[in-house]
Write a protein of this length. Structure first.
Length: 276
């Protein structure tokens, strides 16, 4: 398995420099093609207008979006020049999450920016990583705006014996093969669970070794909230990427995410690879 096609989602309303940098690095490391993708819908005003004035406002809004999308295509193609095996551009006048989910079939991994101000944002122009990871069926690499390097010297796997975590580790295999150090960690809720966790983490390390990946195992003595512990351990081992399953459930079409997932879609200084 490799990443033959990287998809990178571009935002209309913020800088795309970090995610384009990381997508370019993935393309170089895996000799991959890259698909740049963006979408937006014109958001109608909250106040009521009608007739010619309303139509003029709609036309102006759509023209602004089209012009911005054209600028993003130029930015994407410039960033991928001499880096990607092939560069393809996809765009639409649509809700961005809906459009990217529909096009995700063409990719092996999707690169996006961190969540903007939390899980919820403007669905007309913003991509919520929480929404996307729950629906796309592809691993999501969430890149913080401050990150300009895919640091694979140390990768941390946040293990939990669930289908989501198993899928995340399998999705991360190409990246793990290029990592210098890999650590598999499980945070237990109660001390009585520790022996089971040690056995489970040992199985994951052994499975990785059969895929040519040397990894170390860690089940800390302390118990408690996994999000804070995972962040602390990631800092201690100098992790450039954290791999984890994404957990959540749907309510009124909004994704309510677990604490660890919420932290990982808002990474501070390292990227997160998430799978559902």
């Amino acid at each position: 398995m490799t990443y033959a096609t990287v998809m990178v989602g571009l935002a209309l309303d913020r800088s795309n420099e970090a995610r384009l940098d990381i997508a370019g690095q993935l393309a170089e490391r895996f000799s991959a093609s890259v698909i740049g993708i963006t979408a937006a819908e014109f958001s109608p005003p909250l106040y009521f207008i009608s007739g010619e004035q309303a139509q003029n406002l709609i036309d102006q809004g759509r023209t602004t979006i089209k012009n911005r999308i054209a600028d993003l295509e130029d930015e994407f193609r410039a960033a991928m020049h001499n880096r990607a095996a092939d560069a393809e551009w996809r765009c639409a006048e649509d809700f961005p999450v809906r459009y990217i989910v529909r096009e995700a079939r063409a990719s092996d991994i999707i690169v996006v920016g961190e969540a903007d101000g939390g899980v919820l944002g403007d669905p007309f122009v913003q991509v919520s990583p929480g929404d996307l990871v729950m629906q796309a069926g592809r691993p999501l690499l969430v890149v913080p705006d401050a990150c300009d390097w895919l640091d694979l010297r140390s990768v941390l796997i946040g293990w939990k014996d669930t289908a989501e975590a198993r899928r995340a580790v399998a999705d991360a295999l190409p990246m793990l093969r290029k990592a210098t150090e890999v650590t598999v960690v499980e945070i237990v809720e109660e001390q009585a669970d520790r022996s089971v966790a040690v056995s489970q983490v040992g199985d994951v390390v052994a499975w990785l070794s059969r895929h040519g990946i040397s990894a170390s195992e860690l089940v800390p003595d302390e118990c408690g909230e996994a999000g804070e512990a995972l962040e602390r351990i990631a800092s201690e081992v100098g992790a450039g990427v954290v791999v984890a399953g994404a957990y959540g459930h749907s309510r009124l079409r909004e994704w309510i995410l677990g604490g660890v997932t919420q932290r990982l879609i808002n990474p501070s200084n390292r990227s997160s690879l998430l799978s559902r």
